[in-house]
Design a protein around this ligand. Structure first.
Ligand SMILES: *Cc1c(COP(=O)(O)O)cnc(C)c1O
Length: 391
């Protein structure tokens, strides 16, 4: 990298005075763990999604949320859970936490999301082997919502639960509602690089009261009542009198994180607008170039990622290297799980069963896209991508 060029990171969160003030307020309050901020964050998050009777539970990561969701719908040893191969490993690892087995599903070409037809074959395959897919985890890749109508259609009449991995999809709105509210349970991530962040954190939403209660219980040690405030001055009398009714987990969110999350949530629409503007600028500047395919937008796109497609692996790698040499961050979302050693070996996965994900894996490249990104920095990215296409 030329020492005179400033490094342009792949991602940087947009955090300001209000987030800092919120964190300071919690530090001064003397109450750091789950408390009033976490409860307020849950209420505010549920109202943001505008669904009646939606319950929101904040957790310490989306991975924890996915684990709680699968546990709540009853996934256990020997069960099958369908996941896309083109995702982050967290989507599949939580299935193993419960002793169940993931069934990897190929992508459809336009969005890279789970292909409903491939899901249909996976369901039939399972049936032929005398097994049943207990749950499906569609992932809204980059923030573009999956074809939920077709996925729900494939599952119609079955008792298969749908758990949306909406880690990329806040806020993504469709005619049927927001991402995360289109299945039985939706899980959002507030990891440092996601569209709103608490450093580490996540939110689980559901309309199903039984699932919500199970997840609330398992989120904090399987303790039978809300005892988060048992050490505060406002605690109920004899709040130490609680029972443990399940071997739960330690997945609660701290008030420190929740206070930052509340501010980020209040800015979510604005942050989204900034992303949409940058995405459209990329589309305008890179559209129509020979050999370059651009993502398809739409109101349902959160634009967590801007994933371009180069003609082949060699050209993808050349673009990535050229960006790197100019100090510009880029990434690949994702190298499919069927190529990862653990998943490949354990389930004897064959690349030929994932033709679309295979093809995409070699050609995709995620360009920098974050709300505070300057236009002239984006222009540097655009120039470099154009240059890399000329060879
Ligand atoms: C980030 C991510 C997760 C995990 O989120 P955490 O909050 O870091 O646990 C899960 N699924 C996908 C698709 C992700 O990108």
């Amino acid at each position: 990298m030329n020492p005179n060029t400033k490094a342009l990171p792949f991602f940087k969160p947009l955090l300001g005075r209000r987030e800092i003030a919120a964190a300071a307020r919690v530090l001064r309050s003397g109450w750091l763990t789950t408390g009033p901020e976490a409860l307020a964050f849950e209420d505010e998050f549920a109202s943001f999604l505008q669904v009646d009777d939606l319950r929101a539970l904040c957790v310490n990561s989306a991975t924890s949320g996915l684990h709680l969701a699968l546990e709540a719908v009853g996934v256990g040893p020997g069960d099958l859970v369908a996941v896309p191969s083109l995702t982050f490993t967290a989507t599949a690892e939580v299935v193993r936490y419960l002793g169940a087995d993931p069934v990897f599903v190929d992508s459809e070409s336009e969005s890279g999301n789970m292909d409903p037809r491939a899901l249909d074959s996976a369901c039939h395959n399972a049936k032929r082997n005398g097994r049943r897919i207990k749950a499906v985890i569609p992932v809204h890749l980059a923030g573009k919502v999956c074809d939920m109508e077709s996925i729900n259609g494939v599952l119609a009449g079955s008792e298969t639960a749908v758990i949306e991995d909406a880690a990329h999809a806040f806020p993504s709105r469709t005619d049927m509602g927001s991402a995360g509210t289109l299945g039985d349970i939706g899980v959002f991530s507030f990891y440092a690089t996601k569209t709103i962040t608490t450093g580490e954190g996540g939110m689980v939403v559901t309309r199903n009261a039984v699932y919500a209660e199970r997840m609330r219980l398992m989120r904090l040690h399987g303790i039978d009542k809300a005892v988060w405030n048992r050490y505060s001055a406002g605690a109920a009398r004899r709040s130490w009198e609680y029972d443990v009714i399940a071997p739960g987990f330690k997945y609660n969110m701290t008030d420190l994180a929740a206070a930052v999350g509340r501010v980020q949530l209040s800015r979510a629409d604005h942050l989204h607008e900034l992303r949409v503007k940058l995405a459209h600028r990329y589309i305008d500047a890179l559209g129509g170039l020979d050999g370059l395919e651009l993502p398809v937008g739409g109101p349902d796109h959160a634009w967590h990622l801007f994933i371009i497609r180069l003609p082949d692996k060699e050209m993808r790698n050349r673009s990535a290297d050229m960006l790197y040499d100019k100090g510009i961050g880029s990434s690949v979302h994702f190298i499919p799980l069927h190529r990862m050693e653990y998943w490949k070996n354990r389930y004897k996965l064959n690349p030929a069963d994932f033709p679309v994900a295979e093809n995409l894996a070699d050609r995709i490249l995620s360009l920098p896209l974050w709300p505070g990104m300057k236009r002239r920095d984006q222009d540097r990215v655009i120039r470099t991508v154009r240059e890399s296409l000329r060879g």
